[in-house]
Design a protein around this ligand. Structure first.
Ligand SMILES: [Zn+2]
Length: 391
């Protein structure tokens, strides 16, 4: 196999700070012989996610990877697995822990033009950070917490691995290891500076990509692999990835019920929402009180069936993956069939009160009382809403 003078390095991370002091230098300084041009991108695919920056796919769903060059996150070909193929199992901790790690990794890269998602980007070029299992799953010793191909520039379609099972549920360490492995894919070296994500030392309370000229090295300072004595991880990422662009707020609209509708308690709420980065979740509030978040499209809620009769403010808020949000609201009048006092016309109309003006007229025509504290005031308000246009 041909070698070239500027090799790709393996970026390795130790499984735990407790492992320090043991000599792992044969692992840490392993270099992978690579064919000429091996880190060039396979032809044909567009370089960048259209209209946005680079993508990182944080994959907790496991996967089967085959060995080879060049690294290709779309077809799961990796230069860092031992053996012909390897299977990484799915994330072993709970969903809430996964969301914590995802949010933490997103925060690490928040200043740069890169979008971290846990939705598979399919054939859109991306760096994949596979999180799960143990190092032995891809043929590495137990002392390794993560591994990545690493050169002196960006490997656009790298696959990096974080072996989350070795961290015993320490979500900070899992997040920081993910940040470090992704950092290797973007060409960063290790830093001998605890506060930086590129450091092996996990004893600091918090980590980030620090805007500081720090010594390179694992447990002692050494010259940086790509030249110089120091590395500024923040400035390098800013230069290579670009700054994070301003983020537009999502679009959100309540489709049903319409503003001014008359509804029964337990009514349905359908929401449309979209965003260039994707909608993370839609939140429902009734009368100003949080009810629930819906993270799955189509966004659909069912109001509680014990709502009091009367006017009710229905608000939804859509949040995108970058924390930008937008709201929409309608005001409806809640009635209950009990309010009808046995009037058969009213009782018939009430369940379909939201169907349109004829039914509303029928409802009011029956002289149905809205009852409760709102009383006739709510009735008047509901009548007034008949003539309001939805925004
Ligand atoms: Zn590393």
């Amino acid at each position: 196999m041909p070698r070239r003078n500027l090799p790709l390095f393996l970026g390795l991370c130790l499984a735990s700070p407790a492992a320090r002091g043991t000599d792992f230098s044969p692992l840490l300084h392993d270099m992978v012989p690579v064919p000429e041009g091996a880190d060039l991108r396979p032809g044909g695919r567009p370089m960048r996610h259209p209209g946005a920056g680079r993508l990182v796919f944080l994959n907790g769903g496991g996967g089967v990877y085959t060995s080879g060059w060049p690294n290709d996150s779309v077809t799961n070909r990796s230069s860092v697995i031992a053996g012909d193929s390897a299977t990484l199992p799915v994330w072993s901790y709970d969903e809430a822990s996964w969301e914590t790690v995802l949010s933490c990794v997103q925060d690490l890269f928040a200043d740069f033009d890169v979008h971290v998602t846990d939705e598979d980007p399919g054939d859109v070029p991306h760096v994949e950070c596979a999180v799960g299992g143990s190092p032995r799953d891809i043929g590495w010793p137990d002392t390794v917490g993560g591994v990545a191909p690493a050169g002196c520039g960006i490997i656009e379609e790298a696959i990096v691995f974080v072996f989350s099972n070795v961290y015993s549920g320490n979500l900070d360490s899992i997040c920081w290891t993910a940040g470090q492995e992704i950092g290797h894919a973007y060409g960063l070296d290790h830093e001998n500076y605890c506060d930086d994500v590129m450091s092996y030392d996990h004893t600091c309370p918090d980590k980030g990509f620090t805007d500081r000229d720090a010594n390179c090295g694992e447990f002692a300072s050494r010259p940086c692999r790509c030249g110089g004595e120091t590395q500024n991880s923040y400035q390098i990422l800013l230069d290579r990835l670009g700054p994070h662009p301003p983020n537009a707020a999502p679009f959100v609209s309540i489709v049903t019920p319409g503003d001014g509708s008359v509804v029964e308690a337990g009514f349905q709420i359908d929401v449309e929402a979209s965003d260039d980065l994707g909608v993370d979740f839609v939140r429902l509030r009734l009368a100003g009180e949080f009810v629930e978040n819906d993270g799955l499209e189509p966004w659909h809620f069912v109001a509680p069936d014990d709502l009091p009769a009367g006017a009710l403010l229905v608000e939804v808020e859509a949040m995108d993956y970058d924390g930008a949000s937008a709201t929409d609201s309608v005001t409806v009048t809640v009635i209950t069939t009990d309010d009808c006092g046995g009037d058969p016309l009213c009782a018939d109309a009430a369940p379909e009160a939201d169907a349109g003006p004829p039914l509303r007229r029928k409802t009011y025509g029956c002289g149905c009382r809205t009852g409760g504290a709102g009383g006739s005031g709510a009735m008047l308000a509901a009548l007034a809403f008949l003539y309001r246009r939805r925004k």
